[in-house]
Design a protein around this ligand. Structure first.
Ligand SMILES: [Fe+2]
Ligand SMILES: [Fe+2]
Length: 286
């Protein structure tokens, strides 16, 4: 794939390592139901605050809101040189396995950004102001996660089957959306909670790769808060305990189905994939 540098204004630290993803010239219309103008009264507001060019989204392209542009900065200590040093601690097989797993994780961050950014605007109209501020803060964190994983992905080989990986991931995240925000946020809570398990499992075999550990721990720590917000928000929007429990069981099944074809990549990293999938499936809802 022919690559070209991304605009330098957003996150220059990562750009030196960036490859495999290129800027898209066309301004894509919102691609999924989560961004559909037809059911989003706030979408015009969002659009008024966007950059004139789209992001480099793998699954979900979007225009980066100006309001977040200068604020979303990946930690400066996680420089490319450190990431490369860390990757050099891993075997070639492990780095290739990371390259297989990262596109799916990255799609999740892109999708999460959409969900929280849009929810922040939606609830500003219904005046749940505390939740609005938190949703906007989480959107910013999702953007930072995206930058972190983009940078890491740029240092790993692109898998041969990346197109099919992205297609499956995109379909999965589109299925996450619901017109009922209480259901949608119950799903987000369940997914983020399961992702915390995956991330905590990932850090164990990568312990020598300290920069990678910092990236995954940073994301996991944020996601733990996102779970709390999403559960509370779902209740706030009318969900009850049984809805959250049923939703969680369904989402865990779906996530395992999404990750199952990537089982060999987990194994290549030194993770028992069956054990991981069992842990995700058996996860209790607090
Ligand atoms: Fe995230
Ligand atoms: Fe999140």
């Amino acid at each position: 794939m022919k690559s070209r540098p991304r605009p330098d204004r957003r996150n220059p630290i990562w750009l030196r390592c960036y490859r495999g993803v290129h800027c898209r010239e066309r301004v894509q219309s919102r691609q999924n139901s989560m961004l559909s103008a037809t059911d989003s009264p706030a979408s015009d507001v969002v659009n008024d605050q966007t950059m004139p060019f789209p992001s480099d989204g793998l699954c979900f392209s979007y225009r980066v809101p100006i309001a977040l542009l200068g604020r979303a900065v990946a930690p400066t200590h996680l420089r490319v040189a450190r990431v490369k040093d860390s990757l050099s601690e891993l075997s070639e097989c492990q780095v290739a396995a990371l390259g297989q797993l990262l596109p799916t994780l990255l799609c999740g961050e892109e999708s999460a950004f959409h969900v929280f950014w849009r929810e922040g605007h939606r609830i500003s109209n219904v005046q749940i102001s505390r939740s609005e501020a938190l949703a906007n803060q989480i959107a910013l964190e999702e953007l930072e996660h995206e930058y972190l994983l983009q940078g890491l992905r740029g240092c790993c080989p692109v898998p041969n089957d990346v197109a099919s990986i992205l297609l499956r991931a995109r379909r999965f995240f589109l299925r996450m959306a619901s017109r009922d925000p209480a259901v949608h946020f119950a799903r987000v809570a369940a997914l983020d909670s399961a992702v915390c398990i995956v991330l905590s499992t990932l850090v164990k075999p990568l312990s020598r790769a300290t920069a990678l550990i910092e990236i995954f721990n940073r994301i996991r720590s944020d996601e733990t808060r996102h779970v709390r917000f999403s559960r509370r928000h779902s209740y706030e929007l009318g969900a009850d305990t049984s809805l959250l429990a049923d939703t969680a069981a369904h989402i865990r099944d779906e996530l395992v189905a999404l990750l199952y074809p990537l089982g060999n990549s987990f194994e290549a990293l030194g993770i028992d994939a069956d054990h991981l999938f069992r842990r995700v499936n058996m996860q209790k809802v607090a």
